[in-house]
Design a protein around this ligand. Structure first.
Ligand code: PLP
Length: 417
């Protein structure tokens, strides 16, 4: 029985249409992925009915005996997966995880270092409209003008100058491996704590494709829905000595009741990420990104930093006389979803920047490999080089629809679990 379709056909139709969009097109937004049906089923379960303010064994509500087990399993799995001393699995999202860490170790007005939003950082790393930029005194570091790699001389200099209480590492649009040991060294030198926001590459850490921040950082935050392939949510890992304050600043500091259905879905995702199949996924994710990057570069498209080490790349589309906004729209017309993105030292504006960000997490989940990446790279180049040729875009669209038929998304025909 499809209860939703019967009771609320309007909403059902939006979900069904989205399911078709996800199956028929190439999802190349670097922060998106497809969860397993098991994750979706946990997220759509009766646990959504339960209030469970507090933590396992110390709740403010009765009837928590089963969700206590759920949350304890999620905590133990998160710790095991990443080799962390402690974990808080309650943050509703990555932004909440970051905010709770800030409240745990900073006072309003304290000095913090974070990566510039325009050079790959995230809103929660000090953007002036975000709570991080409104409460704390963030100073931005950036990348080197020539090679687009993190500029550690600048980071060390800013750290000596501003004596931050916290250094934030991690990025939303940085195509290279992040050397956490170098951040730890600088934080150590100036007596700052280190927080690593591995939201984008958590799945690469879990699968052994990226060095882990856990041994180096006081706090590690992440989303669980990007390369980690879980439900939309957040997670904090930390050293034992920080757990009490982290817990207090998630609940009651910034949140009320945890979303227990999502906590359950996170537990399922953590177990999946410990399997040999997920190790293979991580490997393919990176080799796919490399194959795509090489295809684009050999067609003459410049990539920020000259390539990628991880799951994403930034293409400078101004080389083709385009802006990011138009490039995004052209690819959308072909059935390829990406997002426009600033590139380092961009002279254009955020609403029409010089670049697009492309990622391989979702297509790799569908089982596509390097052969498909080469084909897709060819289409991207062809479409962007002929940005006003609508009939070409339509013919690419048809080829993509055919390709997609051979790579069903994990949910198959299921719009809901
Ligand atoms: N941190 C980084 C590095 C991110 O890229 C993102 C999301 O894009 C977040 C945090 C925030 O995650 P959420 O959208 O779940 O709040």
């Amino acid at each position: 029985m499809n209860w939703l379709q019967q009771q609320d056909p309007e909403i059902w139709e939006t979900i069904q249409a989205e399911a078709t969009r996800q199956q028929d097109g190439l999802e190349m937004i670097a922060s998106e992925n497809y969860t397993s049906l098991a994750v979706m089923q946990a997220a759509g379960s009766v646990l959504t009915n339960k209030y469970a303010e507090g933590y396992p064994g110390r709740r403010y509500y009765g009837g928590c005996e089963h969700v206590d087990v759920t949350e304890s399993l999620a905590i133990e799995r998160a710790k095991k997966l990443f080799g962390a001393e402690e974990a808080n699995v309650q943050p509703h999202a990555g932004s909440q995880a970051n905010t709770a860490v800030y409240l745990s170790c900073l006072e309003p007005g304290d000095s913090v270092l974070g990566l510039d939003l325009a050079q790959g950082g995230h809103l929660t790393h000090g953007m002036k409209l975000n709570i991080s930029g409104r409460l704390y005194n963030f100073h931005s570091y950036g990348v080197d003008k020539e090679n687009h790699r993190l500029d550690f001389d600048q980071i060390a200099k800013l750290a000596r100058e501003h004596k931050p209480k916290l250094i934030v590492a991690g990025a939303s649009a940085y195509p290279r491996e992040i050397p956490h040991d170098r951040f730890a060294e600088i934080a150590n030198d100036v007596g700052a704590k280190l927080m690593v926001d591995m939201a984008h590459y958590a799945g690469l850490v879990a699968s052994g494709q990226h060095n882990s921040p856990v041994p180096y950082a006081d706090y590690v935050t992440t989303t669980t829905h990007k390369t980690l392939r879980g439900p939309r949510s957040g997670l904090i890992l930390c050293k034992k000595e920080h757990l009490k304050l982290v817990n207090r600043n998630v609940f009651p500091g910034t949140q009320g009741g945890p979303l227990m259905h999502i906590v359950a879905a996170k537990a399922v995702c953590f177990a999946e990420a410990m399997t040999p199949a997920f190790k293979e996924y991580g490997k393919s994710l990176v080799s796919n990104a490399k194959a795509l990057a090489e295809t684009l570069m050999s067609a003459g498209l410049p990539l920020v930093s000259g390539g990628t080490d991880n799951h994403l790349m930034l293409v400078d589309v101004t080389a083709l006389g385009l802006g990011g906004k138009k490039a995004e729209a052209v690819l959308e017309a072909c059935g390829i979803t990406v997002n426009m993105n600033m590139i380092p030292f961009d002279e254009r504006k955020p609403m029409d920047p010089s670049g697009i960000r492309i990622g391989t997490p979702a297509l790799t989940t569908r089982g596509m490999g390097t052969d498909e990446m080469k084909r897709i790279g060819g289409w991207i180049h062809q479409a962007l080089s002929n940005s006003d040729d609508e009939s070409l875009h339509q013919s690419i669209r048809s080829e993509i629809r055919e390709l997609c038929k051979n790579f069903p998304v994990p949910a198959g025909d299921h719009a809901t679990a």
